[in-house]
Design a protein around this ligand. Structure first.
Ligand SMILES: [Fe+2]
Ligand SMILES: [Fe+2]
Length: 248
């Protein structure tokens, strides 16, 4: 597995690790600013590689915010290690995730939860939080960065394969096929409500957690795929068929 870091736009970097076992990349994003921010930490075991990639741009001990978009291994499995390394860093998540998960896992200090519409100033960049419950997990949120008109959508808009930092191709069919295969969304409906909201945001960049960053021109293909194709759980978890009881 190889971890690379690439500048995408205006101080936003993609850190990507190609993971052949899952046939996707696992990405984190660094926003280099007065208050440097890491979005997604990667898993506990990938900490060293991700830390090394960040160190090409800045000292990881200077991170001020570590943001998780839902509570899951690849989202925030490395948070303890990054927080220990950066004593001034605060863990940022949705109000629900911080109230329930962070506190429940014993993280009481240096944590902050955000509700829909609240903002966080990083210096030149500003994060605005969108609560997106049940888009994968019930504590899910997404983040808009206002200066670059960027969206950090976590697992929405993923593309399989070892994608370059910026993707212009229409991989909407492949995206929906992955969702059916791995079973990360319980139902289409809450996802489509969020997709409609996103389509109205006038975004220039969508920084997918798996795959590359989508451009403004590429995004409509993915929006259209999610509006027209099935992609919710149909009895498959990570490609394995799950026994389902017969309907009564
Ligand atoms: Fe996830
Ligand atoms: Fe993910």
């Amino acid at each position: 597995m190889e971890t690379r870091i690439d500048h995408i736009t205006d101080g936003i970097y993609r850190i990507a690790t190609w993971t052949p076992d899952y046939h996707i990349t696992f990405n984190q994003f660094l926003i280099a600013d007065e208050r440097p921010t890491l979005i997604h930490t990667g898993e506990y075991g990938t900490y060293d590689a991700i830390r090394k990639a960040i160190a090409e741009v800045m000292d990881p001990a200077q991170l001020v915010y570590i943001a998780l978009l839902h509570w899951e291994g690849d989202e925030n499995g490395g948070m303890d290690r990054f927080m220990a390394d950066a004593p001034g860093a605060e863990l940022v998540g949705s109000a629900l995730s911080i109230q329930l998960n962070a506190r429940g896992f014993g993280m009481i200090d240096r944590v902050r939860g955000f509700q829909d519409g609240e903002t966080l100033n990083l210096g030149r960049h500003t994060l605005r939080f969108l609560e997106t419950p049940h888009v994968h997990h019930w504590d899910s949120m997404m983040v808009v960065e206002e200066k670059t008109k960027s969206l950090f959508p976590a697992d929405l808009f993923l593309q399989p394969g070892d994608q370059p930092p910026v993707v212009t191709e229409n991989l909407g069919n492949q995206m929906c096929a992955v969702y059916r295969h791995v079973g990360i969304f319980a139902h289409e409906e809450p996802v489509r409500q969020v997709v409609d909201r996103i389509a109205g945001l006038d975004l220039d960049w969508v920084h997918a957690m798996h795959g590359g960053t989508l451009t403004k021109d590429a995004l409509p293909h993915y929006v259209s795929a999610l509006r027209t194709q099935e992609f919710a759980y149909r009895g498959m978890l990570l490609g394995r068929e799950v026994a389902t009881p017969a309907p009564q």
